[in-house]
Design a protein. Sequence first.
Length: 86
Amino acid sequence: PAPEIWAEALEGAMKGVGTSDELLINFMVIAKDEMAEVRRAFYKKTGKGLVDWIEGECSGDYKNTLVALSCRNSEDDIDLKPLYWT
């Protein structure tokens, strides 16, 4: 889908009372390869940055993980290894 569709889906997952964590996680992971475009579309749609919105809706390691995903650029090569591998 187009970045505008992802932006709308992310807003829907976080808007209103309570965050739909399952939807938010799915949308963030699926849209990760277009995240720079999604961030722009999200800001254009909501007037607020995706990171700011996540920080207001989530907390702890969950928030930190979603923020890291939302800050990802399409060219990034993320090497995520379990902590016990390091």
